[in-house]
Design a binder for this molecule. Structure first.
Ligand code: SF4
Length: 348
């Protein structure tokens, strides 16, 4: 083999046609370009539920040292922003259908000089030109199904912060801290959007809780006093919040290093083993389901007019699966219609 041929063979094969950019990397760059680190105008309402006064102070004094989100996390944030934009568009369509309903005052600034809290509402829900609720829009990944009411928001620290953010918005609105005074608001519509399917949404109606809102506001007032005295509040030294805190490298909390942490609780160990079993089972379930679904689909006749009205059965071993034809109209105005077999539960 000549030297030239040997060198050619060592070159890695081209990973894409010449002239095509690294699209995946460029996509990530778009998300990263949205990363900003500017001095906030005050304590952000979205962060006011964080249970560490030192953290709140650092958002003002050490904002330049705030750890930037990882590229993966930044992508998740950017995806949330994109989904929320789509949600506003869809809300406008709903408003066209129900003229008395509208969402107004998007990104209206709320500001409370005494506590130093600032925020921007996602909107105000209006009925017949009367403000009835604050609107807050959030997109949720795999935890979507676990959030369904106010109580469930406490099950996830991020969702809990949303709850506090909503309370603060209602409080600030009710204390006329917005540019546009309005009547007292008793509700926030927390619109949750499933990141897997942005047409899958739910609204958690959060009632105004003045006591809770005052508690949060008083925390901000306390943090502001530390800033005015040029002092730092105590560290909370709580691994739940300190691990992952963007100021951990500045604050250096006294928390156990986790590199050699050893979980020994029998309950957790049982859960861990079971989780591993279920993870394997879930992959296996997906694999066999694909095989069965394809066989069933192949066994069923074509579904269309007029036979879709006839029930069908498919027998597998000792089991009989029952199907009925169903009709789905796509784009009612365009009149497109498809037929498909829908499985129905019946004793067999
Ligand atoms: S590392 Fe812990 S104590 Fe320090 S600011 Fe963050 S949450 Fe507070």
């Amino acid at each position: 083999m000549s030297n030239q041929t040997a060198t050619q063979n060592q070159n890695p094969p081209p990973v894409r046609p010449k002239g095509v950019p690294d699209i995946a990397n460029e996509m990530l760059e778009i998300a990263l370009a949205k990363r900003r680190n500017t001095k906030p105008a005050g304590f952000r309402a979205s962060e006011i539920g964080f249970p560490c006064l030192r953290y709140l102070c650092y958002t003002q004094t050490h904002w330049k040292q705030r750890a930037a989100p990882s590229s993966g996390l930044q992508g998740i944030f950017a995806t949330g922003g994109d989904i929320e934009t789509i949600a506003y568009r869809n809300l406008s369509k709903i408003a066209e259908k129900y003229p008395e309903f509208t969402v107004a005052r998007q990104q209206e600034t709320l500001s409370d000089p005494e506590s130093g809290i600032v925020g921007h509402t996602d909107g105000v829900v209006m009925v017949e030109n009367e403000a009835v609720a604050i609107l807050e829009v959030k997109s949720v990944g795999y935890r979507y199904n676990s959030l369904h009411d106010v109580e469930s928001l406490h099950s996830w620290s991020i969702a809990e912060k949303w709850l506090y953010q909503c309370q603060i918005y209602m409080h600030m609105s009710n204390m006329h801290m917005s540019n546009m005074p309005m009547s007292k608001l008793e509700w926030t519509a927390l619109l949750l959007i499933n990141k897997l399917n942005h047409y899958d949404t739910k609204v958690i109606w959060i009632p105004y809780n003045e006591k809770q809102a005052n508690y949060l506001r008083n925390n901000a007032i306390a943090a502001k006093k530390y800033l005015e005295k040029n002092e730092e509040p105590e560290k909370i030294n709580d691994i739940t919040y300190c691990k992952g805190c963007p100021f951990e490298h500045v604050c250096l909390p006294e928390i156990q290093a986790s590199a050699s942490a050893n979980i020994t609780s029998p309950d957790v160990l049982d859960a861990w083993e079971r989780q591993k079993e279920l993870a394997k089972a879930s992959l296996e379930h997906a694999r066999v389901k694909r095989i069965v679904d394809k066989a069933v689909k192949d066994a069923l006749p074509a579904c269309g007019e007029p036979q879709y009205k006839q029930p069908e059965t498919v027998t597998i071993g000792e089991d009989t699966l029952h199907f009925e034809g169903a009709k789905r109209t796509i784009q009612p105005t365009a009149g497109g219609t498809t037929f498909y077999w829908r499985r129905v539960k019946k004793e067999s």
